[in-house]
Design a protein around this ligand. Structure first.
Ligand SMILES: NC(=O)c1ccc[n+]([C@@H]2O[C@H](COP(=O)([O-])OP(=O)(O)OC[C@H]3O[C@@H](n4cnc5c(N)ncnc54)[C@H](OP(=O)(O)O)[C@@H]3O)[C@@H](O)[C@H]2O)c1
Length: 353
């Protein structure tokens, strides 16, 4: 698709996820950053001055001298607004931007559970984007809110979609090993995490997200509503001393049990729906299946497919349920900024802006 440059803005641009947006939007073929917004602490300063850059790639030149603006609809006018705000702030501000006509592509959990808000991973449920038509009718706004899931649900749900389509998934038992960047900056204190594992993420809220969000994404769109997938989840979430990349160890019960080799073939060959296959941020491949006994590993595998691919390995028989395996997904790319950008590309491609 050849496209005019579409104006985009980033809310929360100085934070951990905001910086990923700034990096991933550098030279984006369709989108042009017209505003970077943050709190009143940063507004009025140059981006380079206000931001403690934590990525291992350089701050893009286009952003360095941009003056940070407050995150409100007077200061920020853009066709697409990427939200990297904390949930309480997002809950108040995102509807204001949708009301003002922007397509809000959000990382925050504030609106993920709203019945008329898509919770989207385009490679598995691109059709759910049609919910915004219902949302526009319900809310009477010309903009929209589209969300991406919690970064821990992301890779797990991609793998589950492939298995669910082929064999039917009935139950999921999942244990996460979550990277530090998922806690934002400065995040978890070094004295808490060095030589340690913290068996509680987000004061407990994380487990509920991992137990609920995949059910919406694996659900069916029917008559303008999502019917939640009838799958039982149990999740344990843990913070570990990894910088980027969330690992999930999962065991699943299937409606039609499959052996590991058959499941591996299904995972390896899984492809995105046509509408989501050839966008600038489409994961290529959607799933990378590792054969080695000791992969995936965050340090070695998180940047597979530019950080958009879900890496799966160790597919084997589970003596209690049916199959067990490990997934890895880059939490601030596929699990956050890259996810919202991919969602915005789908909106653009389908002429839904
Ligand atoms: N990190 C991940 O892996 C990940 C993955 C998925 C989803 N998320 C979600 O993404 C969101 C951002 O997370 P993060 O880790 O990037 O957080 P963070 O590093 O703490 O950054 C927060 C950002 O919000 C800005 N901000 C704070 N208060 C504000 C206000 N009142 N008005 C406008 N802007 C304000 C901050 O600006 P100042 O610099 O001016 O304070 C900063 O830019 C959260 O909802 C989080 O749950 C994160």
């Amino acid at each position: 698709m050849s496209s005019p440059q579409i104006s985009v803005a980033v809310l929360g641009a100085t934070g951990s996820v905001g910086q990923r947006f700034v990096a991933l939007l550098d030279n984006h073929p369709w989108f042009k950053v017209v505003a970077l917004a943050a709190s009143d602490r940063s507004a009025g300063k140059k981006y380079a001055q206000a931001t403690r850059w934590v990525l291992d790639t350089p701050m893009p030149d286009y952003a360095k001298d941009m003056i940070i603006v407050p995150a409100n609809t007077n200061a920020v006018q853009a066709k697409i607004v990427f939200s990297a705000l904390h949930t309480e702030i997002a809950s108040e501000l995102e509807p204001q931007f949708a009301q003002a006509g922007s397509a809000v592509c959000s990382n925050a959990s504030a609106h993920r559970r709203d019945a008329d808000v898509p919770l989207l991973l385009p490679e598995i449920n691109a059709d759910h984007i049609q919910l915004i038509k219902q949302q526009r009718k319900n809310k009477g706004w010309s903009g929209c809110i589209v969300t991406n899931p919690n970064c821990t649900s992301t890779g797990l749900t991609v793998a589950l979609k492939a298995l669910d389509d082929a064999f039917g998934v009935k139950k999921v038992f999942a244990v996460s090993l979550q990277a530090l960047s998922g806690a934002g900056y400065p995040g978890v204190s070094s004295l808490d995490i060095m030589d340690n594992i913290i068996p509680n993420v987000g004061n407990g809220g994380e487990e509920e997200k991992v137990e609920w969000e995949p059910r919406k994404m694996l659900g069916k769109l029917n008559g303008g509503k999502i019917e939640l997938a009838d799958i039982k989840f149990s999740a344990h979430t843990n913070r570990v001393a990894v910088i980027d990349g969330h690992t999930v160890c999962a065991s699943v019960a299937l409606t039609n049990p499959a052996d590991p080799q058959t499941a591996e073939a299904i995972l390896r060959n899984f492809s995105a729906p046509e509408s989501a296959r050839n966008l600038p941020s489409s994961p290529r491949p959607v799933i990378s299946l590792r054969d080695e006994a000791d992969r995936p590993q965050p340090r070695l595998d998180r940047l597979t497919g530019n950080g958009m691919t879900t890496v799966v390995g160790r597919v084997r028989q589970d003596p209690i349920l049916d199959l067990k395996f490990v997934t890895l997904s880059h939490n601030t790319i596929r699990g956050a900024a890259g996810a919202s950008i991919y969602n915005a590309e789908l909106l653009t491609h389908l002429d839904l802006l």
